[in-house]
Design a protein around this ligand. Sequence first.
Ligand SMILES: Cc1cc2nc3c(=O)[nH]c(=O)nc-3n(C[C@H](O)[C@H](O)[C@H](O)COP(=O)(O)OP(=O)(O)OC[C@H]3O[C@@H](n4cnc5c(N)ncnc54)[C@H](O)[C@@H]3O)c2cc1C
Length: 460
Amino acid sequence: MKAPRETEELTLVGAGLAGSLLSIFLARRGHRVTILERRPDPRIAGAVGGRSINLALANRGIHALERAGLMERLRPLLIPMAGRMLHDEDGRLQLVPYGNKPHEVIYSVSRGGLNAMLMDAAQASGRVSIRFGQTVEGVDFEARSARSRSGADGAIRDFPFRVLIGTDGSASAVRAAIMERAAGSLSEEPLGHGYKELSIPGLAGGGFPMEKNALHIWPRGEYMLIALPNADGSFTATLFLPNQGDESFEALRTEDDVRSLFERRFADAIPMMPALTRDFFANPTGHLETVRCRPWSFGDEALILGDAAHAIVPFHGQGMNAAFEDCDALDVLLEGAVRPWNGIFSAFESQRRPNADAIAAMALENYVEMRSTVREPLFQLKKTIAFRLEERHPRRFIPRYSMVMFHRIPYSEAQRLGAIQEGILNELTRTARGVEEVDYETADRLIAERLPPDVRLPEP
Ligand SMILES: Cc1cc2nc3c(=O)[nH]c(=O)nc-3n(C[C@H](O)[C@H](O)[C@H](O)COP(=O)(O)OP(=O)(O)OC[C@H]3O[C@@H](n4cnc5c(N)ncnc54)[C@H](O)[C@@H]3O)c2cc1C
């Protein structure tokens, strides 16, 4: 088996968020990288609409971008979001902060802008070449070649590779090839809910039509509308609904159906959405699922990462962040590596799989929190108590949301500690009705008994 060499030529499939960032890390280690990308160059053709125009970037993603030397360039494009701005059915607003400290914010970033910046930086390295309009349709592992169809003329071409890395997203062709060749297992668990992107334009004279520094949510129990700010004063809204049922995408057949749902449930959003029904019928309905598969690699030939290995539902705002953390983790494994590629691939999978499983589960849980429980007084009380406990025990009690979004404590550890925290908060709120009624002596005792002295220790 061959060990990674400085001069190695690597082939990536997919120049999305993970592929573009990974190519930069690999180029910095001296590799030459060719990326086969299905789309035409989005910097020339324009980004494809209808699929999360903006994204929430958090600490894990920022750390990876910092290590790749890109954060300084990206920072001016980011819009901080300090919390969730809840819109109730009467149009009343309530800001529920994400974190307990001023710097604990997440950032809205344009997917197209970020992807373009990553592609620019990759190509500027002089070691990365992106072949646009190439859709990989199959992999021949024996011949070490990837079969690709040209978007320009449909011509089929075989691209030889030495090492192939699939960063080709949730419907990954490289994953399909690995599953077939390695007799792997694949589960694609549909959420049963889909999403639709809608637009909220900026104000005519410039400026934002709602609070700029927040992620807006209209939680409605079984479903929700959300909106994230864009740099030009607009917001991109996303409607999440069940696929079927009385209030579902299936039930919204006419413009009147859509208008009626919004009038009943999202009335305060209507004046801000002049193109509501046009957007609704022009934009595709997105599908949401959790993808779990094994193995993530085949021999020393191929590896998958990012959504290709572990696509998750978007409700923790962590899919891209987890994909960037994958790139960072692989880069760290490559540091001074003399191991063969298959050793690196196995180490990567052992390290990342438990974390991918954990964030997949937490992302599913967060859908219920965002669309429903966030409105409940008990949820808000627990959140406030958790912040108080964090102030009392800053190294020991970091709320689960903060561990995921503002730290790099492994996802699996955040999930484990979060379950212990939830038990403590349940006990404390059995008797306390308000934050001042909490028995902090009991809280301190439970924390000392159940939580490790420094939960930040596993942070690499
Ligand atoms: C509605 C929604 C909202 C989201 N919000 C957030 C958020 O706020 N924060 C967050 O962290 N994450 C969010 N995500 C998740 C995030 O979009 C993904 O996790 C992230 O894009 C994964 O990056 P990737 O590079 O692995 O895959 P992708 O970004 O999907 O990139 C895959 C690339 O591969 C190319 N490709 C695909 N198939 C082939 C092929 N056969 N041959 C050649 N090229 C191919 C594609 O054209 C694409 O360029 C959201 C997702 C959705 C759907």
